[in-house]
Structure formats: C-alpha cells, structure tokens
Design a protein around this ligand. Structure first.
Ligand code: ZN
Length: 287
C-alpha cells in the first residue's frame, strides 16, 4: 500500500447497502477472529444504518468501511469495531482511505465542472445575449441613470434596495374630513395638518444592488481559470475553495436569473412611473 493521497486504486463507490451486497467477495456476517486485515478499501456514509459485517458486532452502522481480509473476503465494518477486531493497522488504513475518498470526491467535482464547461459557457452567453439578458440590463440601467427627464433618485433607491423597502410614500395636506376625524378620535391632541399616503410599491429593486453581467463574467473567468489549474497540485485550502465555488455554480445561475427577472419588473412602465413619482417627492422634500 502506497501512502500517496492520489492513489485511488483501492477505492470503491459505495452509495448504499446494495453496493456492498453486489460485491462478489462480500461476506456478512464474517467471523473475523482468526482473519487478518489486508486492506481498508473504502469508507461509506449511507442514508440509513446498515448491519455490521462482523459476526462479533452486527450493530447497524450508518458510517463505516469496506475491508478485505488476507483471505480475500470483503465485509463492512464500523470505525470502532473495525479497530477492535483488526487493531491499529485498521485505524491507520481507514484514515488514509477516508482522506483519499474525500480528495477523490473533490477532484471529481472539479472534473465534473470541466466536463460541462462548454455547456456552462453557452449558458453564460445566452444570459449575456438574450432579449432581457445581462447586456440589456446593463444598458437599461445606464440609460436610466442618464435619463435627462428623470432625476434618478439613486441614493434613495439604493438605500431602499439595501433595506428591502419598496413603499413610495407621499406627504400631502390633510383633507377637511381627515382633520375632523383626527380631532374626534384624538381630543386635545395637536391638530392634523399633513397625512402620509402610499403611492405604490416599487418592483424589482434588488436589480439595483446586484450586477448580473459582472456575476456572469466572473463565472466565465473562473471557468477558464479552472481549465488552466492543475487541481492535484492545489493546497488543501485552495482545493476546498474551488470545490465550494463549483458547488455554488447553479446557485450563481439562479441569482442571475432572479436579478434579471427583477430588472424586468424594475423597468416596467408602471414602475418607471412610480420612479418619476418618487423623484418628484424627493425633489419637493429637498425644497
Ligand atoms: Zn460493527
């Protein structure tokens, strides 16, 4: 047995009990008291506990290892019972195989991304170029900010977007009826001069605090960077960072889709009308 973490030759993919029972050399229960451990082959993490292959144990283990004895018989054991029956040799070998399995999973994840690289790149191109895609969203936002008729109340809008607020409120002079009603319900209180009124709710403000075009571009750049990266030579931390990124790719696509849907809502005629109203209110409040 070599000690290289990149030696995956003994590993077996074990997703459930049927992956154990279909192995020709698998025996359970195995009376291993006279038998010596040859190798720990692979760790497993099943969804449900499964009875131990050792006759001396038979407890259900959810997490365990597939082992092979010097007689060529394979069985599944738990971490503690494996050590009890096979000694320290088991613990050492189990640790190495667990580390190899975890490393193989990480490398496989990155390879899986590379295997789908062309598909991912064409999804990004489609996001760039579709009718209401990221290029469109960028251009619309720019022209909105430069719109000569609309004093784009950016600060106010960005603050609202960050806080998750949507309500556009106007303050107007209270009507005669409102003043009378206020007096009737609040005897002795200060008289009502002004009242607040909800003009409407802004749509798709999230679009302002996300940049779908940049998000898509970063995703594309990372795909090319990964292509030029030798994953096996990465430090454990860098490898983990790449795997986390890979596992988040679909979430990034979802975020871009979500932002684009918000852009469509933000740029609807109704919402632009409300933006004009908000701009007018802000303008008046400043005076
Ligand atoms: Zn056991």
């Amino acid at each position: 047995m070599t000690t290289s973490l990149d030696d995956f030759s003994l590993l077996v993919d074990l997703h459930g009990p049927s992956d154990l029972t279909r192995l020709p050399a698998h025996r359970s229960p195995l009376d291993a008291t006279d038998s010596k451990l040859a190798e720990v082959l692979a760790p497993y993490d099943f969804a449900e506990p499964y009875p131990c292959g050792l006759a001396a144990c038979r407890q259900p283990h959810q997490h365990g290892f597939l082992v092979v004895t010097v007689d060529g018989v394979e069985t599944n054991v738990g971490k503690d019972c494996g050590r009890r029956i096979f000694g320290e040799d088991f613990a050492i070998k189990a640790n190495i195989q667990a580390a190899r399995a975890s490393r193989k999973r990480q490398l496989d994840t990155l390879q899986g991304v590379l295997d789908h690289k062309e598909e991912l790149l064409s999804r990004i191109s489609e996001l760039y170029d579709r009718k209401t895609g990221t290029r469109w969203a960028n251009a619309e936002l720019r022209s909105l900010k430069e719109h000569p008729l609309l004093h784009f109340p950016s600060n106010k809008l960005y603050a609202m977007a960050t806080r998750g607020e949507t309500e556009v409120i106007d303050v107007r002079e209270a009507t005669k009826e409102e003043k009378e009603q206020h007096r009737a319900f609040n005897p002795g209180a200060k008289s009502l001069e002004y009242t607040e009124e909800t003009v409407g709710h802004l749509q798709g403000l999230k679009f302002l605090v996300a940049n779908p075009h940049d998000t898509a571009t970063v995703l594309k750049d990372k795909l090319y960077e990964l292509t030029d990266t030798d994953a096996k030579s990465l430090s454990p931390k860098k490898l983990r960072d790449w795997v986390n990124w890979a596992n988040g790719i679909e979430r990034e696509f979802d975020d871009i889709e979500d932002t684009l849907a918000n852009a469509v809502r933000f740029l609807s005629a109704e919402n632009i009308g409300l933006l004009h109203a908000l701009a007018a209110i802000e303008e008046r409040n400043r005076r």
